[in-house]
Write a protein that binds this ligand. Structure first.
Ligand SMILES: C[S@@+](CC[C@H](N)C(=O)[O-])C[C@H]1O[C@@H](n2cnc3c(N)ncnc32)[C@H](O)[C@@H]1O
Length: 263
């Protein structure tokens, strides 16, 4: 079992019996939550836990460094927060405000249960589709988390534009990417010069994670993702290079973590 050094236990004033009863109200925990009274949520799939713990170990050391002990003033938006595992970790680091949103109430109910157990006053959760967020609805955030969503979308560039508009300093992007293929090429009417571009992949969707009944998802290669991030207005992009010992989808760059900065 891989355990992240960056995931902090959630403090609670509840007794072990109270917490156990609270988490038993819900089926299907997607994350391992550890509470100060010794109670934890359990996952059926150890590989999913390894992926979460690996992501945490890549993301949090960088963020802790970037915000350099000044979490107190930080506003964070966790996009597609699911059960709020990452949002909770930002909240207990002392961020002034954390908002998490997702399209599935079943996930938000669990996120709210965790909020209550750990008395996380600085978090709120809302049911929201990323594409429905209106300009100025939430304002902008020092930190946006865009984790595990890009590869479940049919409009990745639209999503990235929206994410950029919500970010004032730093966005963490975590996603599967399409393996690099020979570059694609195109002709364009009277323009007979062949243009070379980076590629995208089109795949059938994973019904458990997509919005509505999307049948396909469009997933860029890493190269295409760089281009897209600069096109939507991020100023600097830093790619995390995980050690070989970490889960191989990360060390092989099939699944990547990027820190995109706004200057
Ligand atoms: C693979 S999970 C990732 C959850 C979490 N961000 C993480 O990295 O652990 C994908 C999540 O995206 C949510 N989702 C899918 N499409 C969405 C959309 N258009 N707006 C908001 N949430 C969405 C799903 O309900 C699901 O909780």
């Amino acid at each position: 079992m891989y355990t992240s050094k960056s995931i902090l236990n959630l403090q609670t004033n509840q007794s072990a019996e109270q917490t156990e009863a609270a988490i038993k109200k819900h089926d299907g925990w997607f994350y391992k939550y550890n509470f100060s009274n010794g109670i934890s949520t359990n996952l059926d799939n150890e590989l999913i836990n390894t992926i979460h713990q690996t992501r945490a170990d890549i993301i949090f050391p960088y963020l802790d460094e970037f915000f350099g002990g000044k979490w107190k003033g930080v506003k964070c938006l966790d996009i597609a927060c699911n059960q709020g595992w990452f949002a909770s970790q930002i909240a207990i680091r002392g961020a002034s405000e954390v908002i998490g949103f997702d399209i599935r109430n079943e996930h938000l109910n669990k996120a709210n249960e965790i909020k209550e157990i750990a008395n996380l006053q600085n978090i709120s959760y809302v049911n929201k589709n990323l594409f429905d967020i209106k300009d100025n609805e939430f304002g902008t955030f020092d930190l946006t988390l865009f984790l595990g969503l890009l590869y479940h979308l049919e409009n990745p560039i639209g999503a990235l534009r929206k994410v950029r508009s919500l970010t004032s300093k730093m966005c963490v992007i975590e996603t599967q990417v399409t393996r690099t293929m020979p570059n694609s090429q195109i002709l364009n009417g009277a323009d007979t010069s062949l243009k070379t571009g980076s590629s995208i992949g089109v795949y059938t969707s994973d019904k458990n994670h997509v919005q509505d009944d999307l049948s396909i998802v469009i997933v860029p290669t890493l190269d295409a993702l760089y281009q897209m991030l600069y096109a939507v207005g991020f100023d600097r992009i830093y790619l995390a290079v995980p050690p070989k010992a970490m889960y191989d989808q990360y060390s092989d760059f099939d699944r990547v973590i990027l820190f995109a900065q706004v200057l």
